[in-house]
Design a protein around this ligand. Structure first.
Ligand code: UGA
Length: 433
């Protein structure tokens, strides 16, 4: 089928590449010319395992192309995906100005009947709003129907998830539109669930909010485990054996970050607030996450009292491994607090260093390997569980001023660290001294 995708950000690019991989002809429209120039040369603006290879393969097969021109992008297309950003407004609500603009542009430029599919995460009711904007701006002889098709991809494994996801949700007002989008997605071989538009919009927010809730829940359990001498890993495993609970998203740590959970939880609280409903549980999840991002600092203060002049190494800066995404990464608040406290901060990340430099305090020493980060340090904090950091040579810890390792991701096994002369603390597990 002939498809257009508006937006070459994370969602738009992955959507374009994967839809072309299953055989569709996709034109990805992006206004940022420098981005399009790079994409045409096979350079991806984001780090996502497997993306560049799949992108180049489909460009070479003639199934995927990029343009800055809407008219060229919409030409002969049956379906247009909206995959532009919905950043957070100051009050936590989603900013829909990009989505609204694209809706107008589609209405004014499309020359034939089309389906518009919303991939962007948008508050309940937004697809109706898009439909209204389109109806108000399109010529009367053209019919355009809006369908909701939220994405459930994780950064760092988005390509894998595209082909191995648990479900594809399609929210539509008409059976005809739903069937067309179902047909497009069939080659993914993933169960398809067709719903009403508002339910599809809600499924996206409710899913992210529920996963965030699991994380905040296990983080609180971890904090209690530390105080009652239990081990959160054993607790999470034991809980997860119950299928009603499930074992996923029960890894305790320094809280969730990224472009989705922090934004979507706050947006859902807003959505509820707009209909005079106080989503108390989710507000608790957000509060707990904020508190949890501080947990390593509390451990450092407990240990040192004062951080002035202490050299602290940060290992991993991205909000999770296998991505260069720094958005809402716990490293942002942790490093800023350390700098404020007068600590000398050395920071290392295998991939996100360039992005980190643009966001984090300029007094931070950005280094290019673990050795440089921890040499002479008073303490090292693991903030992201990159393989390279999990599997680091513990003998390197001897180069520290004091061998203190605080693992914010519980990514090191206690039995592996025990043979070394290292003081090791983690989240909700016993310490090694
Ligand atoms: C999340 C969802 O998992 C995707 O299903 C969804 O499509 C995506 O948001 C989105 O809305 O676009 P993502 O933010 O890429 O994906 O990453 P996750 O793997 O979900 O991790 C989010 C955060 O939670 C990370 O900071 C991670 O470190 C943290 N986390 C995750 C934990 O602290 N503990 C866990 O057990 C799992």
């Amino acid at each position: 089928m002939e498809l257009a995708v508006v937006g070459a950000g994370y969602v738009g690019l992955v959507t374009s590449v994967c839809l072309s991989e299953i055989g569709h002809h996709v034109t990805c429209i992006e206004l940022d010319k420098s981005k399009v120039d790079k994409l045409k040369k096979g350079i991806s603006p984001i780090y996502e395992p497997g993306l560049t290879e799949l992108m180049m393969k489909n460009v070479n097969l003639g199934r995927l192309s990029f343009t800055t021109n809407y008219l060229e992008g919409f030409k002969n297309k049956d379906v247009i995906y909206i995959a532009v950003g919905t950043p957070e407004n100051e009050d936590g609500s989603a900013n829909l100005s990009y989505v609204d603009d694209v809706a107008k542009i589609i209405a004014k430029n499309v020359k034939r009947d089309a389906i518009v599919v919303t991939k962007s995460t948008v508050p309940v009711g937004t697809n109706n709003r898009i439909q209204t904007i389109i109806n108000n701006h399109k010529p009367s002889y053209i019919s355009i129907e809006v369908v909701s098709n939220p994405e459930f991809l994780r950064e760092g494994s988005a390509i894998y998830d595209s082909f191995h996801g648990d479900r594809i949700v399609i929210g539509a007002n008409s059976e005809k539109a739903a069937k067309l989008i179902e047909e497009i997605n069939k080659p993914f071989n993933i169960p398809i669930y067709i719903t009403g538009i508002r339910s599809a919009e809600m499924i996206k927010y409710a899913s992210n909010a529920f996963l965030a809730t699991k994380i905040s829940f296990i983080n609180e359990i971890a904090n209690i485990c530390e105080r009652v001498d239990a081990d959160v890993e054993q607790v999470a495993y034991g809980m997860g054996l119950d299928h009603r609970i499930g074992s996923h998203f029960l890894n305790a740590g320094i809280g969730y970050g990224g472009s989705c959970f922090p934004k979507d939880t706050k947006a859902l609280i807003q959505i509820a607030g707009n209909v005079a409903y106080d989503f108390e549980l989710l507000q608790g999840v957000v509060n707990v996450n904020k508190k949890q991002q501080r947990i390593l600092l509390d451990k450092l203060y407990d240990r040192f009292g004062n951080l002035k002049g202490k050299k602290i190494a940060l290992l991993g800066l991205a909000f999770k491994p296998n991505t260069d995404d720094m958005r809402e990464a716990p490293s942002i608040s942790i490093s800023s607090e350390l700098v404020k406290a007068g600590a000398i901060v050395y920071a290392y990340d295998p991939i996100a260093i360039d992005n980190a430099k643009q966001i984090l305090d300029s007094s931070i020493h950005f280094v290019y390997n673990i050795e440089q980060a921890i040499g002479g340090a008073d303490a090292a904090l693991i903030l992201t569980e990159w393989d390279e950091i999990k599997n680091m040579d513990f003998n390197l810890i001897n180069t520290m001023k004091y061998p203190l390792l605080i693992d914010g991701r519980n990514c090191i096994k206690l039995k592996d660290i025990k043979p070394y002369q290292i003081e090791y603390h983690s989240i909700g597990r016993s310490s090694v001294k």
